[in-house]
Design a protein around this ligand. Structure first.
Ligand code: GAL
Length: 710
């Protein structure tokens, strides 16, 4: 069979092991029984005759949900306290008449000119003291009482007017909290930070001890003397900075909660979300945020410079699903083609948008949405792609948008099915905030790079990954990987010990277990809290010079960036350094503890080196790499009555899925399914856990072959 998609459903496949399984969705959009499809819709930029065309085109494309009003504060409240909902009433009526459901935005990511004129103190102040002005978009200071009051009021007014409208499916509070700016260093921020610190520490003595203020004579004798960590002559107190990151995430969250609660009081039963940027916005701790939203939603944009950006996409999608606790989530924004804000905004080629969309879907998204419906003629985003591009409805993009809508329309039965994973990668925003500060042992230490490298290896090995907080219950996972666990609390260390003792396999990469929650080096030295689980501590860091490489005594294994002077406390040496500052010393170790094992790697391995390391850890964990053809992505979703496997071929060679199953697009049962080069597919194996694949002879992909509809 040759098709450019194969979405298969396995009936009677309930014998599959489901570690980490989450219950099916509780609380999806009321009345929505199919995959949601649509995008941000900003009709206020167009005359109303265009609205009629828009709605007709939406119906043609299978759009069933649009996000509106996200940046419309200035139109909805043209003067303080004066509201104009007439145009929005008409828009609601029009969309409702076409059966298109509404995700109503609160416009608080873009306060109007009058707001900043009346309340200049609400403007964001940067760390260097620059006051950011009006004329763009962006958050006011999250610490401003005036912003809090007026943003809550507009949310409440909207909820009173539309909270019970039959077309309303969901609330979209604000837009991407934390972007484009998150921290604010105004006087109001310092005051609110002090209140936050009092709640955290109670007394100045406790704060002084936690911040280690005896160092450099920073001891505080009055709360009033503490401020936001503005620019200083030398490096700022790192614990003050870490606490300010925590404060900022909490302050932004308080803004969300205030709007959400105002909405809930007027709009019972309608879920409230805000669009996250999992993985891309470092300033909000989504483990905390996800508890406060009714449904998790996420925005994702490919990094155009990265030819394997689909792996970054998969990572963002897995992180989103993980913060959602495994429940289905909403892809609130992605792009039909190029964006407008990267250095080189590479356009998506034929079929790429569909591959991206189905990768998100395979990893748990039950809604596929875009920024934005119709390309803007004016303003800063006029060169951003859209569902209706400037080229109109004769364009390739529009054809693909319609085709994707039709395809998603056939996948309704996938709704609510969930993804399970055997592997967890530890992810902790607080640890990243601490690690990313100045004056660390090497500027080459990058938590982001290490997490992405380990993830890439797991992706190539065909293993589905969840992300997990280090203090979360890990018992459902066969393998836990800690690529960047700089800050490890005593609780997290105990959690990891218990996990391994209970039979788990743990892999820890260097610069781990160094500091506690106050960014203070653990009593007992580097890695002290992990000593029992890893069977070692680190006596001294031995970072490498720029470009310097070290060789391990395993064939072809090379490291760079980092080495350690390790003291063994029971771990076995798996590999040693042949050269470099740690020559003759352990490079990779394994420690058996209880029923499990813990691995430590003390240098930066590339994706091939990680294959060797993880290959051994897989054996401990009873895992097998899938041995799929390169660049073939296969993910499984478990439904109540059937399983679904989404296969997306990012490579140049077609592959055949040797799986019987029903193609959801055609409804036909097939013994095997070809996944053409550059195309998505979805299949479900009957008995074996992973689909077996047969390689097709290599053929050159001609431009446009991959799903081109022209
Ligand atoms: C997002 C934002 C959208 C739009 C988009 C462009 O971050 O939420 O409003 O600006 O980027 O890629």
């Amino acid at each position: 069979m040759k098709s450019d998609t194969a979405m298969l459903s396995l009936r009677g496949g309930a014998d599959l092991p489901t570690p980490g399984a989450q219950s099916a969705t509780t609380g999806w959009l009321p009345g929505v029984t199919s995959i949601c499809y649509g995008g941000d819709y900003n009709p206020e930029q167009w005359p109303e005759e265009v609205w009629e065309q828009d709605v007709a085109l939406m119906s043609e494309a299978g759009v069933n949900l649009v996000s509106i009003g996200i940046f419309a504060w200035g139109l909805l409240e043209p003067r303080e306290g004066e509201f104009d909902f007439v145009w929005l009433d008409r828009l609601f009526a029009l969309l409702h008449s076409a059966g298109i459901r509404i995700d109503l935005g609160t416009p608080t990511a873009s306060p109007p000119a009058w707001f900043f004129h009346s309340y200049p103190d609400a403007r964001v102040v940067t760390r260097e003291g620059t006051v950011l002005g009006f004329g763009s978009r962006g958050m006011a200071s999250p610490s401003s009482a005036d912003y809090r009051r007026l943003s809550t009021r507009i949310a409440r007014e909207l909820a009173r007017r539309y909270g019970r409208h039959p077309a309303l499916a969901m609330w979209h509070v604000h837009n991407e909290y934390g972007a484009p700016v998150s921290e604010c260093y105004s006087a109001a921020s310092s005051a609110a930070f002090r209140t936050w610190l009092r709640a955290r520490y109670g007394t100045l003595d406790v704060l002084n001890a936690a911040w280690g203020t005896a160092f450099w004579g920073q001891t505080y004798g009055s709360w009033e003397h503490i401020s936001a960590p503005s620019a200083t002559p030398s490096v700022i107190n790192p614990t003050q900075r870490l606490d300010f990151s925590r404060y900022t995430s909490d302050a932004l969250l308080a803004c969300f909660v205030a709007e959400r609660d105002a909405i809930r009081a007027e709009s019972p039963g309608i879920p409230v979300t805000t669009n996250f940027m999992a993985g891309a916005c470092p300033s909000v701790d989504l483990w905390r945020w996800a508890r406060e939203v009714d449904i998790v939603s996420n925005d994702h944009y490919l990094t155009a410079a990265d030819r394997r950006g689909h792996v970054g996409l998969a990572m963002a999608a897995d992180l989103t699903r993980s913060v959602a606790g495994g429940r289905p989530w909403i892809l609130m924004e992605h792009s039909t083609s190029g964006v407008n804000w990267q250095p080189r905004n590479v356009a998506k080629r034929a079929g790429e948008m569909r591959r991206n969309a189905l990768s998100h879907l395979g990893r748990g998204a039950d809604a596929i949405m875009f920024f934005q419906w119709r390309a803007s003629r004016s303003g800063a985003e006029k060169f951003h792609s859209a569902m209706v591009p400037h080229a109109g409805t004769t364009s390739r993009i529009w054809t693909e948008v319609r085709e994707l809508g039709a395809e998603l329309g056939q996948l309704a039965e996938v709704l609510g099915s969930t993804v399970t994973a055997d592997v967890a990668v530890l992810w902790d925003w607080e640890s990243f905030w601490a690690q990313d500060q100045e004056w660390r042992p090497s500027e080459d230490l990058s938590h982001r790079e290490r997490v992405a490298a380990f993830y890439d290896r797991l992706w190539r090995d065909g293993l589905t990954v969840d992300f997990a907080h280090p203090e979360a219950d890990l018992s459902a996972y066969r393998l836990v990987v800690a690529p960047a666990a700089y800050l490890v609390t005593a609780r997290a260390a105990e959690n990891l010990r218990r996990y391994v003792e209970g039979g788990g396999t743990l892999v820890v990469s260097y610069f781990a277990g160094i500091v506690d929650e106050n960014d203070a080096v653990h009593d007992g030295g580097f890695g002290a809290p992990l000593r029992e689980v890893l069977g070692l501590t680190v006596e001294e860091f031995l970072p490498l010079r720029d470009g310097e490489q070290v060789h391990l005594d395993l064939p072809g294994m090379v490291g760079d960036v980092w080495t350690d002077d390790i003291v063994l406390h029971g771990a076995q040496v798996v590999a040693r350094y042949v050269d470099g500052p740690a020559a003759g010393q352990p490079a990779i170790t394994r420690n058996g503890l209880g029923a499990g094992s813990a691995w430590y790697v003390s240098t930066r391995l590339d994706v091939d080196g990680l294959a060797v390391l993880l290959g051994s850890a897989y054996q401990d964990a009873g895992l097998e790499p899938s041995r799929l053809p390169a660049e073939l992505e296969v993910v499984r979703r478990h439904g109540e009555h059937a399983d679904y496997v989404v296969a997306v071929n990012h490579g140049d060679d077609a592959a055949v899925l040797l799986q019987a199953g029903v193609d959801l697009r055609t409804g036909r049962e097939r013994p095997e399914h070809e996944v053409p080069a550059g195309a998505p597919s979805c299949s479900a194996p009957r008995a074996p856990r992973r689909p077996r694949l047969r390689r097709r002879p290599r053929t050159r992909r001609s431009p446009g072959r991959a799903g081109s509809s022209r």
